[in-house]
Design a protein around this ligand. Structure first.
Ligand code: HC1
Ligand code: SF4
Length: 562
């Protein structure tokens, strides 16, 4: 605690970790490429330099504030210095901005404009490093990399995966993988968190937009959408709405305008997952075997578990994710109805997640060689399609999802936020249908943005202990405690992205804790507004178990093993 003088103004600081945070507090937005409040401080881009009263320059992101400290943020010396850094970066950068997908959202472009770079005085050294587009989720274009190291730290510090690092020296310095392999050939889990923090077009979502248009324009295809829970509280951000504003009705309307024949809600698939996973957990608890049970709906976590903890795979739920369960149900439904028009059914999932593209392509997610989800379009890809087609999103009238899967429960929707899977499963066990039971469950430790949460609930006279983590680095910490015998749990919910799917890499950018909190609030608001709170109270689910899932429940489980 103390007082600093910024540009002649006296400012009190309390627990701000660095001068940059104090400067931001007074409403001055210093440019930075490498500073992210949720990652470690790197201090490499030097854009956030300030000048002290003796004329020395210091990096504001890596210097803590001190009582009586006096700094200036925009002296002539600093302006010259920032312009020089940008010119050097641009001299070494692929500058095809007009055709770059990141144009308009690129930090390099934005800061160059703000700082007033009108021309680059140095000759361009165009890099021609091969682009890695082999993987299903993320494209890496090293020619657009500005070496800020944000992706390296996100992969290491959020996910503990660490497949990206700096290599080579001097002017050959690059961010790359071990032996320059494709992301697909290393232990990348396709979470896309590297692309969330990338300021330029060096890391991008692998898009399926053209494939989607091709299906939508084919008269012989029935194109069916399923919309993930987290998409509805984030897509509006790309159209100027606040994070957390609920846009489900507008999304449905936009999808119909784009030519989708049927539009459904993935929350129905989540209701099926709740029932299947809750029964699997109770069965294991009664048999006292293969505990704790780990959730399986996050594909980045699933891949991580396969790679790092093969010994734990029998503890991972046999349930397919809601995306895949619902894909299988939709395909089964239309297979039975199809005879009348002979159209080919194409299921497109609209997801907040880049790893869902990988999940949909996994071989065990096919039945007789046919994919159950044919394509995955992220929230951002859908926003691009809406813009490309001139649809004025904010003016769309709300529309409802289609029958025969027209009802969803609040339990299915809260899957979109970390802790939601656990809370939905607990709702299933508690048979009392009153508001105080639901409120009690929401306070048992499942909600909140902490990276590791613990909750417990009494079920049939037994205490069920639940661990909830988001970020694979947090998952790894919990696994170590479990393996060492330090901790005992019955159920562990793992989501790779910060805050759960609301913080997925397919969601609009920028993302930070505040944005995620607002999105989570939106999800809980949807839950509040829905009359059906529990998955097994959803009439759609009842109809499914008495209909196409009757004696066919194995399609909801990995490799048909139920
Ligand atoms: Fe998720 Fe899930 S909640 S994984 O975060 O279990 O992506 O939203 O669709 O499948 O329902 C994502 C979100 C999503 C699945 C569900
Ligand atoms: Fe690392 Fe995830 Fe990026 Fe892969 S997608 S490089 S795991 S941050």
């Amino acid at each position: 605690m103390g007082t600093m003088i910024i540009d002649g103004q006296h400012i009190e600081f309390t627990d701000e970790k660095n001068i940059l945070a104090v400067i931001r507090k007074v409403g001055i937005e210093l440019p930075t490429f490498c500073y992210h409040s949720e990652l470690s401080v790197y201090g490499a881009c030097r854009m956030c330099m300030v000048e002290d009263k003796w004329g020395s320059t210091i990096t504001s992101c890596s210097t803590p504030p001190k009582d009586g400290m006096e700094v200036w943020t925009n002296t002539d010396k600093l302006k010259k210095h920032r312009k020089m850094i940008l010119e050097l970066l641009l001299a070494n950068h692929d500058r095809d901005c007009t055709t770059c997908e990141k144009s308009g959202r690129c930090k390099l472009q934005e800061i160059a404009l703000k700082v007033g770079v009108k021309k680059v005085r140095f000759g361009q050294e165009k890099k021609e490093i091969p682009i890695d587009d082999m993987g299903p989720s993320v494209i890496r274009n090293p020619n657009k990399c500005i070496l800020c190291g944000d992706c390296v730290r996100a992969c290491q510090e959020i996910q503990g995966v660490g497949v990206l690092d700096f290599a080579y020296r001097g002017s050959n310095l690059q961010v790359t993988t071990a032996f320059n392999k494709s992301l697909q050939e290393v232990d990348c889990v396709n979470c896309g968190q590297c692309r969330v923090v990338c300021p330029t077009g060096a890391l991008m979502i692998k898009k399926d937009i053209d494939r989607a248009y091709k299906a939508l324009h084919d008269k012989n295809k029935r194109v069916i959408a399923q919309i993930a829970p987290a998409v509805r509280v984030a897509i509006g951000e790309d159209f100027g709405l606040q994070p957390g504003e609920i846009s489900m009705g507008k999304i449905v309307s936009a999808l119909r305008k784009l030519g989708f024949d049927q539009v459904f809600d993935t929350a129905v698939g989540a209701d099926l997952t709740v029932i299947e996973e809750a029964e699997e957990l109770m069965d294991r608890i009664q048999r006292k075997e293969k505990l704790p049970l780990f959730s399986s709906c996050c594909p980045a976590w699933f891949k991580y578990a396969e790679q790092k903890h093969p010994d734990l795979m029998e503890n991972v739920s046999s349930c397919l994710s809601p995306q895949q369960m619902f894909g299988a149900v939709i395909k089964e439904q239309y297979k039975r109805e199809k005879a009348s028009d002979e159209k080919e059914n194409v299921v497109i999932a609209i997801m907040p997640c880049t790893a869902k593209k990988y999940e949909a392509a996994r071989p065990e997610n096919t039945i007789n060689g046919e994919r159950q989800v044919d394509m995955v379009i992220t929230t951002q890809e859908l926003a691009i399609m809406i813009q490309e087609n001139g649809i004025v999103f904010n003016e769309l009238e709300d529309e409802a999802i289609d029958m025969p899967f027209g009802f969803t429960s609040g339990a299915g929707v809260i899957f979109g936020v970390s802790g939601g899977v656990s809370e939905a499963v607990l709702r299933y066990y508690y048979k009392e249908r009153n508001a105080s039971t639901l409120r009690g469950l929401s306070y048992c430790g499942v909600r909140g943005m902490e990276g590791v949460k613990e909750a417990s609930a009494e079920i049939d006279g037994r205490t069920v202990r639940i661990g909830i983590v988001h970020g694979l680095k947090n998952a790894e910490k919990l696994i170590r405690r479990i393996k060492s015998g330090e901790e005992k749990f019955d159920f562990i919910e793992v989501m790779a992205c910060p805050g759960g799917c609301i913080g997925g890499a397919g969601q609009p950018i920028p993302q930070n804790e505040n944005v995620r909190k607002l999105r989570a609030k939106g999800i809980y608001k949807v839950d509040k507004s829905l009359p059906i709170k529990r998955s097994d109270d959803n009439p759609t689910i009842d109809a499914l178990y008495n209909g196409i899932l009757n004696s066919n429940r194995n399609i909801l489980h990995r490799n048909g093993k139920h």
